[in-house]
Design a protein around this ligand. Structure first.
Ligand code: MN
Ligand code: MN
Length: 462
């Protein structure tokens, strides 16, 4: 090797594609891992479904619901179910909790169209649902996409009726309509952000009237009759429902080489699944391992199932009670990987990124030191010392990783749950998977990155 090559290899930061750095065996493991990931995406399209699916998998691995009446020891596995929308999985460590716990935190809510409390109406002999979008969607992307309805009706008698319609081949689907180009001259003059307005995101749900010679709103009546037969509900029951319209498409491989995964809801179920699969394999950790699947991240983490609540503190509190640890000391000594996606460099839209600091698909799991916007507002900005620790851990385990920043300076920005956990005194850095078309009805990730995320989560909690 020439001197130039030798010294360059020593001094330059290597940023080669993961396919050129990983063994064929590891690449195959990554592709295999994503088969389970795609299945998870298809059965976990809402936070409730993701939480339920995660608890089913955990039950099979010996996890049980936490109880204050029990005394847990090293290797015991429990979970804290927060209203069926957010879950914390715990594997007790060898050390006391006040020596610090290792936390991973992903979110299981994704952008979508929520039904309004009074959604059902009829107009010119069509039945429709009014919606209020959830999270940061680009509204123009959602019309003419087949949609499925997921959620619950909570009835006055205390019973909860689960709804999932539009996923199976024999089930109907739903859609938001858009104008035909022939008549879209006026609409086409709108700004893209205004191309489809919030109050235009109405869901088409029926057109067949109840057969009667008199009366009005016969299409709406017919829909209510069908819903009553299937779910035992009346129109008033929509008032205490949580119903979400999500893209009906299934997760699939993307590309002739099948190197990528396309699906709705990969922000952040890609990290949620990676993290879940990791803690399910943790058997005998030195420090107690905590894997959180959180709700409400897409609307700012507020609410009692979001991470800007006391949920995590209460979990740590209960873990500390088990071995007589001090909660404050435990938090101060704890570390966290905030497991969320970052924006991957898109070949068609490169100019919103600064390519020296952007993340790339197939370049491994992305460590994001800070998120936020306009001069690092709204972020926790991990300390150099903590990033160094994570760097060392990833390199030692042979995990391909990269750094990332959410777009150019002053180009926009965004946040994650990292700052809420950092506010508890915990060391936190963001670590996740780069994604294309983030928040769209169909997002793209790379299989290698998904698997590297899983390995990083495992390495951190094992
Ligand atoms: Mn996210
Ligand atoms: Mn998001």
């Amino acid at each position: 090797m020439s001197d130039y090559k030798k010294i360059k290899e020593k001094l330059f930061y290597d940023r080669k594609n993961g396919f050129l750095r990983l063994s064929d065996e590891t690449i195959k493991e990554a592709f295999d891992f994503c088969e389970g990931y795609k299945q998870f995406l298809n059965i976990a399209k809402t936070e409730r479904e993701a939480a339920a699916a995660a608890m089913v998998l955990a039950d099979q691995k010996g996890f049980e619901p936490f109880s204050r009446d029990k005394k847990y020891k090293h290797g015991d596995k429990v979970y804290f179910n927060n209203r069926g929308k957010s879950v914390a999985f715990v594997v007790f460590g060898k050390e006391k909790a006040e020596c610090g716990v290792n936390i991973t935190a992903a979110h299981i809510d994704s952008p979508r169209l929520d039904l309004k409390p009074n959604p059902l109406y009829e107009d010119i002999e069509f039945a429709l649902f009014k919606t209020h979008y959830y999270g940061g969607i680009r509204k123009y992307q959602w019309p003419t996409v087949p949609l499925a309805l997921h959620g619950v009706f909570a009835k006055k008698d205390g019973s909860v009726q689960t709804v999932s319609i539009g996923e199976r081949p024999d089930e109907p689907q739903f859609v938001v309509n858009d104008l035909l180009p022939h008549l879209a001259d006026e609409q086409s003059k709108r700004k893209l952000s205004d191309g489809i307005r919030g109050e235009e995101l109405n869901i088409l749900i029926g057109s067949r009237p109840f057969k009667d010679d008199e009366g009005s709103e016969l299409v709406k009546l017919n829909i209510l009759k069908l819903l009553n037969e299937k779910y035992g509900i009346t129109e008033e029951d929509f008032l205490s429902a949580e119903l979400e319209m999500v893209p009906a498409a299934k997760a699939s491989d993307i590309g002739f080489d099948r190197s990528m995964v396309g699906s709705y809801g990969q922000d952040d179920r890609v990290c949620a699944y990676s993290e879940l699969a990791a803690i399910l394999e943790v058997e005998s950790p030195k420090k107690t391992a905590v894997a959180i699947l959180a709700d409400k991240e897409e609307i700012g983490s507020d609410g009692n199932t979001g991470l800007n609540s006391k949920f995590l503190s209460y979990v740590i509190h209960d873990i500390c009670l088990n071995d007589g640890s001090d909660e404050t000391v435990a938090l101060r000594n704890s570390s966290c990987l905030s497991a969320d996606v970052n924006a991957g460099m898109d070949p068609t839209f490169q100019d919103v990124m600064e390519k020296r600091n952007a993340s790339f698909l197939n370049h491994g799991v992305v460590v994001t030191k800070y998120t936020g916007s306009r001069g690092k507002y709204g972020t926790s900005d991990a300390s150099a010392e903590y990033v160094a620790r994570i760097r060392a851990m990833l390199d030692k385990a042979g995990i391909i990783w990269q750094t990332g920043e959410l777009g150019k300076v002053d180009g926009g920005g965004g946040g994650t749950v990292a700052m809420y956990i950092a506010n508890l005194g915990v060391d936190v850095v963001d670590l996740g998977v780069p994604v294309l078309s983030m928040h769209a009805p169909f997002e793209v990730t790379a299989k290698l990155d998904v698997y590297m995320c899983n390995k990083a989560m495992y390495e951190f909690m094992k």
